[in-house]
Write a protein that binds this ligand. Structure first.
Ligand code: HEM
Length: 396
């Protein structure tokens, strides 16, 4: 029997428990193309779920644009004000220029040179866990590592790092409640102020960092540079931290995996890929159709917003055997966790290094990981992850 599809798939309450997996499996199996009524999105939106349909919407040849925004809530009538300025919501020449400027700072080569830095940070953070009575990896360890990496990429002065990492943890601690002393929105505003100062500083005293490159080569306004710093921070943090926390949940389903990875580190890259597929932190991306298009017999009018549910596609049973299982040696693993097409994640190499470093340090220091209580999910239609995840660790 076909399940009833909710009238608004943007409702964040649909994603706070594991029922979402059954809903996605049904929609994927039916190659469903579903209309959501206005609610979380002012004018409603279409959704696709299967691996094939998501790739079709995101492909370079697809008649779709990111310029109106890339998440539920934006559409042609209610566009993201950052459209055409911030890399992830730009297309065409502007997007190419921003990608060629930002890309090299996040590229594989640069990521490899960051390996030693990431390994040092990971060892320190995992070391702190040992003395952490509560051991909430979602709130403590997970946000700190990607934030430290982004500080390194932006060459944030040493004296400011602790503050920026703390603010980032607050800002992205979950949109549904106050976190620490300030609300997430207040922390995010502080971060934007901070980037404004950083951009002004680099204008006066350029270096060989990402901000200076953006200012020198593209003639970006201060506002545009601030926005793109924020894109790198959010892109790097709001996703990777959920794969980092989710990595502990994945390990808890595979006793003995850490021993195996310790004996055979060649297994790390496949395990990392599977962590990204299984955790799928970027739940959806949105595009707007630039011409009338037909997907699975459904006519989608030009100007309509279409959501590709990456987390559903990453559990498409036609592509992945036993998609609900975390299989650390899954090969091939053609997941869409980093998206697909012209906007495919620029920070993928960095994210992989962070996760490989985490798994490697855990394999060195821990024998097993258990979750003593069910983790507390984020309340979000955009980010799949946890606000709290308490862990018990058997230390070596
Ligand atoms: C783009 C996911 C880590 C920076 C994207 C997109 C996805 C994604 C799905 C495509 C968005 C779209 O099509 O509209 C992830 C996941 C990560 C991760 C799951 C970790 C597990 C990172 C890191 C950085 C980063 C570490 C940088 C420090 C970016 C940037 C873009 C992007 C700048 C925009 C690329 C463009 O528009 O051309 N990411 N990301 N991401 N990501 Fe990531």
């Amino acid at each position: 029997m076909t399940a009833v599809t909710p009238r608004d798939l943007g409702d964040a309450d649909l994603y706070t428990n594991t029922d979402r997996y059954a809903m996605w499996a049904d929609l994927v199996a039916r190659d469903a193309v579903v209309w959501s009524e206005p609610g979380t999105s002012p004018g409603g939106f279409w959704s696709v779920f299967s691996h094939q349909d998501c790739r079709r919407v995101l492909a370079p040849t697809g008649p779709f644009t990111s310029e109106y925004g890339m998440m539920i809530g934006f559409d042609a009538e209610h566009p993201d004000r950052a459209g055409g300025q911030m890399i992830v919501v730009s297309d065409g020449d502007r997007h190419s220029v921003l990608r060629s400027l930002i890309g090299p700072f996040l590229s594989r080569a640069n990521a490899a040179s960051l390996e030693a830095f990431v390994a040092k940070e990971t060892r320190e953070l995992v070391g702190e866990l040992r003395y952490d009575v509560e051991c909430d990896v979602a709130a403590d360890l997970a946000p700190a590592l990607p934030a430290a990496v982004v500080c390194e990429i932006l060459d944030v002065p040493e004296s400011d790092r602790a503050r920026l990492i703390e603010l980032t943890s607050h800002a992205f601690g979950g949109a549904d409640s106050a976190f620490g002393k300030m609300t997430p929105a207040e922390a995010h505003t502080e971060i934007l102020f901070y980037f404004h100062e950083l951009v002004s500083l680099r204008r006066r005293r350029p270096g060989d960092d990402l901000v200076s490159a953006m200012l020198a080569e593209s003639g970006l306004s201060t506002q545009d540079a601030v926005m793109n710093c924020d894109n790198v921070l959010i892109g790097g943090n709001e996703t990777t931290r959920h794969s980092i926390a989710g990595c502990f949940a994945a390990l808890s389903t595979r006793p003995g995996l850490l021993d195996r990875l310790r004996d055979d580190p060649d297994g790390l890259p496949a395990a990392v890929e599977e962590v990204i597929r299984w955790t799928s932190p970027a739940m959806h991306v949105l595009r707007v159709a630039t011409e009338t298009v037909t997907i699975q017999d459904q006519v989608i009018e030009s100007g309509a917003p279409v959501v590709a549910w990456l987390s559903a596609a990453n559990r498409d049973a036609r592509i992945f055997d036993a998609p609900g299982e975390f299989r650390p040696d899954r090969r091939p693993n053609r997941h869409l966790g980093f998206g697909y097409g012209p906007h495919v994640c620029l920070g993928a190499a960095l994210a992989r290094i962070e996760l490989r470093s985490l798994l490697s340090v855990l394999a060195e220091r821990c024998g097993a990981v258990r979750l003593p209580a069910p983790p507390v999910a984020m309340r979000s239609n955009l980010v799949q992850g946890y606000r709290h995840m308490y862990v018990d660790i058997d230390w070596r």
